[in-house]
Design a protein around this ligand. Structure first.
Ligand SMILES: [Zn+2]
Length: 289
């Protein structure tokens, strides 16, 4: 089973109106006017999945600051998931500091969503190290048997639109505040996996996962070997960040790493299936998937 855990879709009305939306959403504005930005519908995803032999994609709208815009994205994903006959699974976007976001997560959960994300700590202006700002979000994910996907980035290296200042240190802080929550840290967790070699951090990071989104832009293939050597190979999830990149760039990276088929089939989808089993095994959420 090949699973792409990190795919972005945009409702056509968001694309059509993007300039006026961008005027009130600075993070959205900086991403949309970036050199590598592309728009993408659920149909584009399904067409590319066929080409790339991907069985299931986990799709998300854009995590705006405005909860109304988040709802527009979630509505679109609900509809796309319904029409996809199992090929697409939904992630909910919310502003975790907005009033009523808990109900929005529940609404998405009842529509069969499996997670919440990709949320942008810097873009949506919330601090993942401040428990007062995260405990409701963590509780909603945990109670509803959903994982959380957070955008984090490397604290070093070149800057790019949307990179933000939340990295491995902030991510680790979130995990120590909320060890019960399954969290997918996007973009190889900004390097968080390397701290799995510290015995106490291995415990703190017990429920942390790392996706490969944009990795070919950021790292050489040896980052995968290093993550495996650090004992985190079973926690790496293939995420393309489509429409930014498609599977071809990742397959090149996987081949160049020289990693064995057992590790690579984990990354390509088996590890994601384990994550889903973990969140689904939570009592009370059976039958919602
Ligand atoms: Zn991201």
């Amino acid at each position: 089973m090949r699973i792409d855990v990190h795919v972005h879709v945009y409702p056509p009305e968001i694309q059509a109106d993007w300039q006026s939306i961008a005027a009130c959403e600075p993070h959205f504005a900086s991403l949309c006017s970036g050199r590598v930005h592309k728009w993408c519908t659920a149909e584009d995803v399904l067409a590319r999945m066929k080409e790339d032999s991907i069985d299931v994609s986990w799709i998300a709208g854009f995590a705006f600051r405005d909860p109304g815009l988040c709802r527009v994205c979630n509505d679109y994903v609900i509809d796309a998931v319904k029409r996809s006959e199992g090929s697409l699974k939904g992630l909910a976007v919310v502003n975790p500091l907005s009033r009523g976001f808990e109900e929005e997560i529940l609404r998405c959960r009842e529509a069969g969503f499996i997670g919440v994300g990709e949320l942008f700590p810097d873009g949506q202006v919330f601090d993942i190290t401040d428990m007062r700002q995260t405990w409701r979000l963590a509780a909603q994910c945990h109670e509803n048997g959903m994982f959380l996907m957070l955008h984090v980035a490397e604290p070093v290296g070149h800057d790019y639109p949307g990179k933000g200042g939340s990295g491995p240190k902030e991510a680790a802080n979130f995990c120590s505040n909320h060890p019960e929550v399954q969290v997918v840290f996007a973009h190889m967790g900004g390097g968080l996996w390397s701290y799995e070699t510290m015995p106490e951090m291995r415990i703190v990071l017990h429920n942390a996962w790392y996706d490969t989104a944009a990795a070919p832009f950021l790292y050489g293939p040896e980052v995968l070997n290093a993550a495996v050597a650090a004992g985190a190979g079973h926690k790496i999830l293939y995420g393309s960040d489509f429409p930014l990149l498609g599977a071809d760039r990742y397959e090149k990276m996987f081949a160049a790493s020289g990693l064995g088929d057992d590790i690579l089939s984990g990354i390509r989808g088996d590890n994601a299936a384990v994550l889903l089993e973990k969140v689904r095994s939570f009592p009370g959420v059976e039958g919602l998937n």
